[in-house]
Design a protein around this ligand. Structure first.
Ligand code: NAD
Length: 308
């Protein structure tokens, strides 16, 4: 039995983490193995409301009080609180899932990465777990030529907060590196909060790329294209829309499919649900289509650097 403590009972905890933890505790795979032991928030009223709504056993006033009673922590506090919280959790030896971004600046991020090195942890960069991304990444690794270019676009409506580029844009940047390896920003426009930004990227082996992040352009979308010697991949991802993937080769879609638009979700009194309840999620339709030409793929000759 793993006793879970949820730290932070704000927007993201209410909409995503607490429902997911409740679902996990009821799933056959974890049945009896996950206990929703406690919630802690600087605001006790929020903590109590989350405990009641999602079935956590206790409310704790402080992280220090919760740690001895749990085996693992899911931490959903704002970036400014992360450094102190992570220090305390590491001292307790408890595994932790933390949110992105790692603190509020690069120095915080470097320090947090150093502190967490060797400590059991996970960072909630969730695009990596999108089925479209998993399918595309596996397929890219099967190709005989390495990726030559990558293009990523994140668009939103009315997201004018100053930290959008690094706080939410990190999802797109992480996803692009996850697909093709490390990317360096070699040119870009700056001082563009609310107005969007464009960056020119360079990776290894001559790979080049571009990234567009437009927080208030009136459309909500996350799209990544990867281009190889004789192939290309198109991914639609993000938490706010169904996923979709197309893997192209020789003028045909070799693998294509995705999740149809979900039915209208049911919502509880407390949670303004953004996502469908599990039972109402339509089944994904992914087809591996036969190539038009019978020519088999050549054995890959480029190094498999990005295997899962
Ligand atoms: N991975 C994703 O897709 C995703 C999506 C949304 C938000 N987030 C991240 O989740 C984090 C929280 O975002 P949010 O929108 O829920 O913020 P929020 O402000 O709504 O909630 C944060 C909660 O943490 C509590 N808190 C702050 N410091 C605390 C401390 N030291 N101890 C206990 N409680 C404390 C606050 O009282 C508040 O209730 C942010 O880092 C954000 O970037 C990630």
């Amino acid at each position: 039995m793993i006793r879970i403590g949820l730290l932070g009972a704000g927007w993201h905890a209410v909409n995503d983490h607490a429902p997911a933890l409740r679902a996990a505790s009821g799933e056959a795979e974890f049945s009896g193995g996950v206990a929703l032991t406690g919630v802690c928030d600087a605001d006790a009223v929020k903590a109590s409301a989350v405990a009641r709504e999602f079935g956590f056993g206790c409310v704790f006033e402080t992280l220090e009080a919760m740690l001895p009673r749990v085996d693992a922590i899911v931490s959903v506090v704002p970036p400014g609180a992360m450094l102190d919280v992570v220090k305390t959790i590491i001292r307790s030896g408890r595994p932790v899932l933390i949110e992105k971004p790692l603190g509020t600046n690069l120095a915080d991020a470097a320090l947090l990465a150093q502190m967490l090195d060797g400590h059991p942890h996970m960072v909630s960069l969730n695009r990596r777990f999108d089925p479209a991304v998993a399918i595309a990444r596996r397929w890219i690794n099967e190709q005989s030529s390495p990726p030559r270019a990558i293009h990523g676009v994140m668009t939103r409506r009315d997201r004018v907060e100053r930290d959008f580029i690094w706080s939410t844009g990190i999802h797109l940047c992480d996803l692009m590196c996850f697909l093709v390896g490390p990317l360096n920003l070699i040119a870009g426009n700056a001082g563009c909060f609310g107005a969007g930004c464009v960056g020119l990227l360079r990776g290894t082996d001559g790979l080049s790329g571009t990234v567009h992040i437009h927080p208030s352009c009136g459309r909500v979308e996350e799209v990544v294209d990867v281009f190889g010697g004789d192939w290309s991949v198109h991914i639609t991802t993000g938490t706010q829309r169904p996923w979709n993937v197309q893997c192209w080769k020789g003028g045909d879609i070799a693998i294509g499919g995705g999740m149809p638009k979900p039915a209208r979700p049911s919502s509880s009194a407390m949670v303004p649900a953004r996502r469908p309840a599990p039972s109402s999620v339509p089944r994904a339709a992914v087809r591996r289509l036969p190539p038009r030409s019978p020519t088999p793929c050549r054995a890959p000759s480029w190094p498999r650097r990005f295997k899962t």
